[in-house]
Design a protein around this ligand. Structure first.
Ligand SMILES: [Zn+2]
Length: 326
């Protein structure tokens, strides 16, 4: 279907209904990646006495598939749920883990603030944008609230296994959190890093994002699970993922700055951005879905709007319509 068809207000993603195959990949005796061919990934850390899940999946129904995979390798209670950031598609499955023993939902201060400020609007907007990603949405009991909030970093000892949760900087959102196993140099990055999938930047801090990626690179991860795309299993692959994400966000912001300097309308800015982004990224997963939101946010940021405007279901439609109109 053509996205330029102005007779319909449907988003590109509303016609995207093909289910993805999930994989549960062993990274070490303590770490697993749950990946989904470009749909949101989750991570699993198995300590001596308990299990941590990083990003819950979108609904309790969908979380059951991840729990099934966890139960194929361990009977330990799933004690910790970590939110890499506040987006609905990553956090609304949380209640499924309470039945498995989860006691703590952990998030950064920035993530907590975003849930307070815009969690409800984000939930409605995300569900309407991308219905396929919310299979069993009626099983969602409401927003997911953290039970523990940390300022910059917290360390959890899962028995002898040390896990660090760190807000290393802003990027995909202002609260981005990574999970890190120092003894094994394994990182779960959330949407701060993507690979072979578009970076959604509708709520991003594009100016800060590259420096945050460099802070992550300095940690010299040997394996990294990105927010979307395949698990990166060697230092060279990790660097490729960091380079890919950096290229995506810097190219996007640069063309937005050029568009603003030239006084372009949003629709003209979109066309200008496509000229440089399409050849490099046009083929990757969810590119067509992300680009209108990405360009809108990039133009806002280029105009000096530091704190992303809140997306609502109504604003989604208005933006989409504006980009289709002349
Ligand atoms: Zn996200």
């Amino acid at each position: 279907m053509s996205n330029a068809d102005s007779s319909t207000k449907k988003f590109a993603s509303q016609a995207d209904l093909e289910a993805k195959k999930t994989s549960f990949i062993k990274l070490s005796d303590n770490a697993y990646a749950y990946t989904a061919e470009g749909d949101p990934n989750s991570g699993v850390i198995i300590g001596d006495d308990s299990v941590m899940v990083i990003d819950t999946t979108a609904t309790p129904l969908m979380a059951k598939d991840l729990i099934r995979n966890i139960r194929s390798v361990t009977d330990k209670p799933i004690k910790y749920v970590v939110l890499s950031h506040y987006h609905a598609v990553r956090v609304l499955g949380a209640s499924a883990y309470f039945d498995e023993g989860a006691q703590q939902v952990i998030a950064s201060r920035g993530t907590y603030e975003m849930i307070v400020e815009r969690g409800a609007q984000d939930m409605q907007s995300e569900i309407e944008r991308f219905p396929r990603l919310f299979s069993g949405v009626e099983s969602v009991p409401g927003l997911t609230w953290p039970t523990m909030v940390f300022e910059k970093e917290m360390t959890i000892f899962m028995g002898k296994l040390e896990v660090r949760l760190t807000h290393i900087g802003m990027g995909h959102t202002k609260g981005d959190t990574i999970a890190w196993i120092p003894s094994q140099k394994i990182c779960f990055s959330g949407d701060l890093v993507e690979y072979e999938a578009a970076a959604y930047t509708g709520d991003a801090q594009l100016e800060e994002w590259p420096a945050t990626l460099e802070a992550l690179r300095a940690m010299q991860a040997e394996k990294l699970v990105p927010g979307r795309g395949p698990a990166l299993l060697t230092p060279a692959q990790v660097n490729q993922g960091l380079d890919y994400t950096k290229d995506f966000v810097t190219t996007l912001l640069q063309s937005a700055k050029e568009s603003v300097a030239a006084g372009m309308t949003l629709k003209q800015a979109m066309a200008h951005t496509r000229k440089v982004m399409d050849p490099k990224f046009g083929h990757v997963f969810i590119y067509e879905h992300c680009l209108p939101f990405d360009v809108t946010r990039a133009v806002d940021e280029a105009q000096g709007i530091k704190h992303p405007r809140i997306w609502t279901a109504a604003r989604d439609q208005e933006m989409w319509h504006g980009l289709q109109a002349g």
